[in-house]
Design a protein around this ligand. Structure first.
Ligand code: 72M
Ligand code: MG
Length: 214
């Protein structure tokens, strides 16, 4: 039977990356997406911005919305301080199966909890289910029309504290206009745009970094 793109991406990781070396996993995926098949990973250009935010925040608790194949999961997890935890939500079981294997190949599985399910269902259960108080960093990279409702839900569930950082992918392409308008105009956020390009292309895109002011 035909393989899927995520399966072919995983194959490229297993063929070209070294087990336990997250950087080689990232390089293998970027090479595959540049030279074989484009895939919606945050990519190496925006990935460097993500890296610098993770290093700057040095978060103890991270939430990622939209795991896909686990590219940004590996990128974030490989830069977390010891004992830090990354919870990543993915509701497509087929993608979750691939992401678990990519995460394992990179050797970062003990920092990552991949939860299969929808953000809307799981955000309200973070405290009771995973003993999370608040998130120091949230990386939003799931369906673009979910960024705003999920941000409001995180506020309502008390998952954000003064200083929590939201980092959102694709605020230009595909675009998240309602989310951008909210974080840029709400007195509860201090927002900053990092101009970049849509992964593996010359099309403009960027990340929006928003600090929750409490
Ligand atoms: C016009 C156009 C099209 C595509 C692009 C290119 C482009 C570039 C990008 O960086 C992109 O991130 C995207 C994009 O669409 N990303 C959506 C990513 C979803 C993943 O997250 C999963 N998921 C979606 N909603 C939820 C949810 N509630 N709870 C849990 N998981 C969810 C899905 O199961 C997928 O694993 C697209 C640019 C322009
Ligand atoms: Mg994206």
């Amino acid at each position: 039977t035909q393989s899927t793109r995520p399966q072919r991406l995983l194959g490229a990781v297993q063929k070209n990356a070294t087990r336990g070396h997250p950087r080689s996993v990232i390089q293998a995926i970027d090479h595959f997406c540049r030279n074989k098949e484009w895939a919606m990973n945050v990519g190496d250009e925006k990935g460097c911005i993500l890296d610098s935010v993770v290093s700057e925040v040095s978060p103890a608790t991270v939430l990622e919305l939209g795991t896909y194949c686990g590219y940004s999961t590996v990128r974030i997890a490989s830069r977390l301080p010891p004992h830090a935890k990354l919870i990543t939500l993915e509701f497509n079981p087929e993608f979750a199966v691939i992401a678990r294997q990519v995460i394992a190949w990179a050797g970062v599985e003990d920092k990552v909890q991949l939860v299969e399910g929808a953000s809307g269902d799981w955000i309200p259960r973070m405290k009771e289910q995973f003993g999370v108080k608040t998130f120091d960093l949230v990386f939003l990279d799931h369906w673009k029309d979910r960024y705003l409702p999920d941000t409001k839900l995180m506020e309502e569930c008390g998952l954000l504290r003064k200083g929590s950082i939201l980092l959102a992918d694709n605020v230009i392409c595909p675009g998240t206009p309602d989310y951008l308008e909210y974080v840029r105009n709400s007195p509860r956020y201090e927002s900053q745009y990092f101009k970049s390009h849509l992964e593996y292309t010359k099309v403009e895109d960027g990340l929006e970094k928003s600090v929750f002011l409490g």
